[in-house]
Design a protein around this ligand. Structure first.
Ligand SMILES: Cc1cc2nc3c(=O)[nH]c(=O)nc-3n(C[C@H](O)[C@H](O)[C@H](O)COP(=O)(O)O)c2cc1C
Length: 386
């Protein structure tokens, strides 16, 4: 497929949807229970409208942003996503390479299958997102492994203490750990391109079942078909602020909480020495009924000291969406599904094409808004929808 013919994130979503078996598409696109939060994320952008300015002399425009001592060319990054290997063989490598070539931050999920040692060699710098157990004896060695592999930013996800109720996965026969079934077999038969390019390559080229190699300090990990001793979630429900203080003492680099949804948690994150937060509801994949990320953003920004990095994800599909979040005080916007659609459809080139589309939309919208840089993208250009 010619990637240039895909003009928007929605075009990529359609192309990826046609390629993936129903169960994998459901895993990627789905939310939890009644999908209220999934839909709220997408709808929230309509609650604020722009107030563009004219005659602003916008012939030179700069959408770069400074974060954790680095300047990124655009205010977008790639959110952590687990088990992407079921969308495309070597998917994490493509996400990481696309990010490197476009200069975007890439957050490697702890539930990934390419060992971080390999990724470091092939793809350079990345952030790491942990689903941490509430057990310092396990966290400590993991921190050593991250440091050893030059992980620049540690992101701890706090909105997933337990697995959520993803009924669509259950209906499609999709579980983690994976269990084969006739239902999945027929799904694969009806999607032969996926069966050959993803399932086939994994089995014939790698000759092994993918393993979760980045959950703990152990790079061997466990097969995605296995329940490890202690269970997949390994006491995540014990994780509390005490663990974050413990990690803070041992992790010198930037430390970020992901899944912040309440202003008191935002305030406390800053007070406890975190370096940033990502306002997120996990793309509508955890607590159904949680408010949209864009709606939660202003309160989070108001709760932290000025200049404290507040990032956000959830439902961003257009440059205009990104600019609304920036205007409400976000420093960086992470894209989940859009980047996964890009990697699914076109590998590294697909990720780069999504970045290109978003960057072009941001640039065009900045011009139409009368903004020369992101500092000018502020609350003055927004109004609540009447
Ligand atoms: C397929 C998939 C897997 C995900 N896996 C993780 C994960 O391993 N860790 C995590 O913190 N968030 C995970 N998320 C949530 C994303 O990091 C992000 O919060 C969400 O996708 C943003 O919403 P968007 O997809 O609408 O952009 C996942 C999301 C998707 C779609």
């Amino acid at each position: 497929m010619k990637l240039k013919t895909l003009l928007s994130v929605a075009d990529f979503a359609r192309a990826a949807g046609g390629f993936l078996p129903d169960c994998v598409r459901g895993y990627v696109e789905g939310g939890t229970e009644d999908c209220q939060t999934l839909e709220a994320n997408l709808r929230a952008f309509d609650s604020v409208r722009f107030r563009p300015r004219g005659l602003a002399g916008i012939e030179v425009r700069d959408q770069s942003v400074e974060l954790f001592g680095r300047r990124y060319p655009s205010p977008i990054g790639i959110a952590p996503m687990g088990v992407t290997t079921i969308c495309r063989h070597r998917c994490e490598t493509f996400l990481a390479e696309g990010a490197r070539e476009e200069g975007l931050p890439f957050v490697l999920s702890g539930l990934s299958t390419t060992p971080m040692e390999t990724l470091r060699e092939t793809s350079g710098e990345f952030w790491y997102q942990g689903y941490l157990s509430g057990d310092t004896e396990r966290i400590g060695p993991l921190l050593d492994r991250l440091k050893h592999n030059g992980v620049s930013v540690l992101v701890v996800t706090i909105d997933t203490p337990v697995g959520a109720n993803r009924e669509n996965n259950q209906r499609a026969g999709f579980t983690i750990p994976f269990r084969s079934s006739w239902q999945l077999f027929w799904d694969g038969v009806r999607h032969p391109r996926w069966s050959m390019q993803v399932f086939g390559r994994t089995m014939w080229q790698d000759r092994s079942i993918p393993r979760f190699t980045n959950v703990t300090a152990d790079p061997v990990g466990h097969r995605i078909t296995e329940n490890p001793p202690g269970g997949l979630r390994q006491g995540r429900d014990k994780l509390n602020w005490g663990h974050m203080a413990w990690i803070r003492e041992r992790w010198d680099g930037p430390l970020v909480l992901k899944g912040v949804a309440h202003p008191d948690d935002a305030r406390r994150a800053a007070a406890e020495g975190m370096d940033g937060i990502i306002v997120s509801n996990h793309g509508g994949r955890q607590l159904d009924g949680a408010q949209a990320s864009l709606d939660a953003l202003p309160e989070a920004v108001a709760a932290v000291p000025s200049g404290f990095p507040v990032m956000v994800d959830g439902g961003f599909r257009r440059g205009s969406h990104v600019l609304k979040a920036i205007a409400l005080g976000a420093r960086m916007v992470f894209l989940g599904r859009p980047m996964l659609y890009g990697a699914t459809v076109g590998g590294t080139a697909g990720v780069r094409r999504i970045a290109e589309i978003m960057r072009a939309e941001i640039d065009c919208d900045m011009a139409l808004l009368g903004c020369r840089n992101l500092a000018e993208v502020n609350a003055s250009i927004l109004t609540a929808r009447p």
